[in-house]
Design a protein around this ligand. Structure first.
Ligand SMILES: Nc1ncnc2c1ncn2[C@@H]1O[C@H](COP(=O)(O)OP(=O)(O)OP(=O)(O)O)[C@@H](O)[C@H]1O
Ligand SMILES: [Mg+2]
Length: 265
């Protein structure tokens, strides 16, 4: 997990601007999932989105990834429509369940986007192995998902999203299903990867402590129809080590996020 095969930063991270976005899920009675949402994320910034279940966090990530289109309002990534970045595969997406192909090995799963992009040659294979080592799975490259633990599967999914050095990395509760200890380890691992391989990162979580620990800024959403209630800058120094969670400043940020969630900030 600690070898020095770090990826080359071939892509500059991009800013994300979400401006007055509304989104209705179509249907007999259209469902307003997101209303008048505006926020931005700076290049290379780590922003967490937190909010109650059903408030539109996953919808927001899908809109940024161009898997859905806003009903009204605009989204720009590095000043461009998200579609351009999706088409040139500059957006990495880590889903809540690792979403791996069960018949493929770790290596085979990490190679998948490169194969789709026709970049599966010698260089692509070296990159996939580099990323597997980066997430600490060098010795597990030939194992299938059923032979891995939940945390390891999630790491394969992170390695897969990193192989093509996306400008923007979107993560939807990637560690939600893990126990607290594994989750803390994964948080540390993620920060290490992000610090060596800077992408603009939008991270969805239900955990206040996880959001404060990881982020430069925590964006708090209201219940559905989701809108941005508050954006809280986390002024804790980096690199962040687990001991920071015992500092009074950490607790103050947690309280601030909790108040914003409760709507009396
Ligand atoms: N494909 C869909 N079709 C119709 N409605 C949907 C669809 N996906 C989500 N919704 C609705 O949109 C709203 C927002 O859903 P979303 O999945 O974005 O919430 P979330 O904040 O990610 O919740 P959770 O924390 O539980 O994952 C919910 O009311 C949900 O029922
Ligand atoms: Mg969700």
């Amino acid at each position: 997990m600690h070898d020095e095969h770090l990826p080359s930063a071939s892509q500059q991270p991009a800013s994300i601007d979400v401006h007055s976005v509304n989104y209705y899920y179509p249907g007999k009675v259209p469902l307003l999932a997101i209303t008048n949402a505006s926020f931005s994320v700076g290049p290379g910034e780590f922003v967490s989105i937190i909010g109650p279940s059903g408030c539109g966090k996953s919808t927001m990530l899908r809109l940024i990834a161009d898997l859905l289109r806003p009903t009204s309002g605009q989204i720009a990534i590095g000043g461009q429509p998200p579609e351009r970045l999706r088409r040139s595969r500059q957006i990495g997406f880590v889903f809540q369940d690792a979403a791996l192909m069960p018949w493929r090995s770790s290596f085979g799963n990490v190679m998948l986007p490169l194969q789709v992009m026709r970049r599966a040659g010698k260089e692509g294979k070296a990159k996939a192995d580099e990323m597997l080592r980066l997430v600490g799975l060098g010795d597990f490259r030939n194992k299938r998902p059923a032979e891995l633990s939940g945390g390891m599967r999630q790491r394969v999914s992170i390695a897969r999203a990193l192989t093509y050095s996306p400008k923007v990395l979107l993560m939807d509760e990637p560690f939600g299903a893990l126990d607290q200890i594994t989750r803390d380890e994964m948080n540390q691992e993620l920060l290490r990867i992000w610090e060596t391989n800077r992408a603009t990162l939008v991270f969805v979580t239900h955990s206040i402590s996880e959001a404060v620990f990881l982020s430069d800024r925590v964006v708090v959403m209201s219940p559905r129809p989701g809108t941005i209630r508050q954006s809280i800058t986390i002024g804790l120094s980096r690199p962040r080590l687990p001991a920071i969670k015992h500092e009074p400043g950490f607790f103050e940020y947690e309280t601030q996020v909790l108040r914003a969630l409760e709507g009396d900030a």
